[in-house]
Ligand binder design. Structure first.
Ligand code: FPP
Length: 244
């Protein structure tokens, strides 16, 4: 028998944690005859309202892929522009983060960034740390393989220093060395723009996540699209390797 597909969000089955690969800013701009920078600017504008929509639907954490370890290959001008958008977002967004109880967190090699940015990121994390509405976790200078390499180094180091026993290393120990430690499991990963790659994002953490790929370019991804991917998620049958 074919199951009846839901077309409204079931508030009892809302994904706790959604990760987004925000793709398609460049193509959004190109389609309109605009410079790529305009696509990033529009893309950045979506973030705050998307966090508020996610909060309204009952999502607890959203993780956004804003800048990968591979994105350094882009022209310097574009890189500088993306970081200037981040700076603007954090400075101008502060009032809203406090008013709307948005907690900012970051994953990635933050300490390798220009100190002006890392200082601002640490400050924002600290200032918003008691906000309990939703966590907005931004991945900057992040790569999943690099995260795994760092984890291995830390575990090895702790074994050498007798802080960790090899025989006691299990999945939960590995998790405790990852940058996402303490956050809920990622239930749903969304990539916009029609590309169907993971691009080195959260490889360990998405082992059992539902994956949704939308045709929408990131700057067009609004509340209605978020609602759509949550409904798609709720129509999936998650089995975690078992039978249901
Ligand atoms: C992918 O689109 C997007 C990025 C690599 C950058 C994402 C950055 C932002 C949304 C703005 C800054 C972030 C914050 C947190 C304020 P693309 O350029 O690869 O698009 P294309 O594939 O169509 O060229």
């Amino acid at each position: 028998m074919r199951m009846f597909k839901k077309n409204k969000i079931d508030s009892n089955k809302v994904p706790k944690h959604i990760a987004f690969i925000m793709d398609g800013n460049g193509r959004w701009a190109k389609k309109r005859g605009l410079p790529r920078a305009k696509g990033h600017e529009e893309g950045a504008k979506r973030i705050e309202s998307l966090a508020l929509s996610a909060k309204k639907f009952g999502v607890k954490v959203i993780t956004l892929f804003a800048f990968s370890t591979e994105n350094w290959k882009r022209p310097k001008e574009e890189i500088d522009y993306i970081f200037s958008l981040l700076e603007k977002f954090l400075k101008e967004g502060k009032e809203s983060f406090m008013k709307n109880a948005i907690r900012l967190m970051f994953i990635g090699k933050i300490d390798e960034l220009d100190k002006k940015f890392s200082d601002l990121m640490y400050l924002t994390m600290d200032e918003t740390k008691n906000n309990t509405g939703i966590i907005l976790n931004i991945a900057i200078n992040y790569g999943a393989r690099s995260e795994i390499v760092e984890m291995v180094k830390k575990v090895a180091n702790d074994c050498v220093c007798n802080k960790q026993e090899i025989s006691k290393i299990d999945e939960s120990v590995v998790e405790s060395y990852l940058m996402t430690y303490g956050l809920p499991e990622i239930d749903l990963l969304v990539r916009t723009s029609g590309e169907t790659r993971l691009s080195n994002f959260l490889l360990w953490q998405i082992a059992y996540s539902e994956l949704v790929f939308t045709k929408t370019y990131w700057p067009d991804f609004k509340e209605k699209e978020l609602e759509g991917v949550i409904i798609e998620y709720q129509n999936r049958n998650r089995r975690f390797g078992g039978l249901k």
